[in-house]
Design a protein around this ligand. Structure first.
Ligand SMILES: C[S@@+](CC[C@H](N)C(=O)[O-])C[C@H]1O[C@@H](n2cnc3c(N)ncnc32)[C@H](O)[C@@H]1O
Length: 206
């Protein structure tokens, strides 16, 4: 678990400090689309940020480990969980996922928009996420496939054109979905734009 501040954790602490998210931030649309069909169990939210996904999962009966590099994000989520009566279902853990990873097993590992300008070995993190699944569990990864006008990262080369599937042993994990999906999104100032999501859904063999 991360204990000392790094350049990356300071960047993300500043990012979260500069924002004023809602008391109960909305869950990501792809999480709601995919996970509404699943039976609640143990969930891990990687890069939980404002915590909308963790709160939504907890409300549906999941026991959630919410991991983030930012102590600011985790402290806010703990406060929200207390205010909403969900504190007993959400545990925050501070990790720089480039270095450490929460202990499993989990029935669901979810990583939504886990993008950063600092080194984060994506394949390694996604392999650890797949390994942290209980038999029959699912890994849901949603990443930007386009740059929204309000994104903190306006680099046009920041995102690949197609969903990137990590290399995993097909005897243990099945790639159920690897989709590029368009949707109309709303930014923090209420502005709208068409964006692309890359969605991976990976199932661990029961
Ligand atoms: C773009 S935000 C996405 C937040 C949230 N999942 C969502 O969909 O709104 C990326 C999140 O990942 C966290 N993060 C960035 N680098 C990280 C790392 N190396 N380890 C753990 N979390 C990290 C940031 O603090 C931030 O909360």
């Amino acid at each position: 678990m991360t204990t000392s501040p790094t350049e990356a954790s300071r960047f993300w602490d500043d990012h979260h400090t500069s924002r004023r998210p809602a008391a109960e931030p909305p869950a990501n649309v792809r999480l709601v689309e995919v996970v509404s069909a699943l039976e609640p169990g143990r969930a891990l939210d990687l890069g939980c940020g404002d915590g909308g996904d963790a709160l939504w999962l907890a409300r549906r009966g999941w026991r959630v480990t919410a991991a983030d590099i930012s102590a600011v994000a985790l402290a806010r989520l703990a406060g929200r969980a207390r205010d909403l009566g969900l504190a007993d279902r959400i545990t925050g853990e501070r990790h720089d996922l480039a270095a450490t990873f929460p202990a499993g097993p989990f029935d669901l590992v979810s990583a939504h928009y886990l993008h950063t300008n600092f080194p984060l070995p994506r394949d390694h993190v996604l392999r650890r996420a797949a390994e942290a699944l209980a038999p029959g569990g699912r890994l849901l990864v949603v990443e930007h496939g386009s740059v929204a006008p309000w994104s903190w990262n306006q680099d046009p080369d920041a995102h690949p054109a197609e969903p990137q599937v990590p290399s995993l042993d097909p005897a243990m994990w099945t790639v159920e979905r690897a989709d590029a999906l368009s949707r109309r999104a709303t930014g923090p100032g209420g502005q709208t734009a068409d964006v692309v999501d890359h969605l991976l859904l990976i199932h661990r063999t029961p």
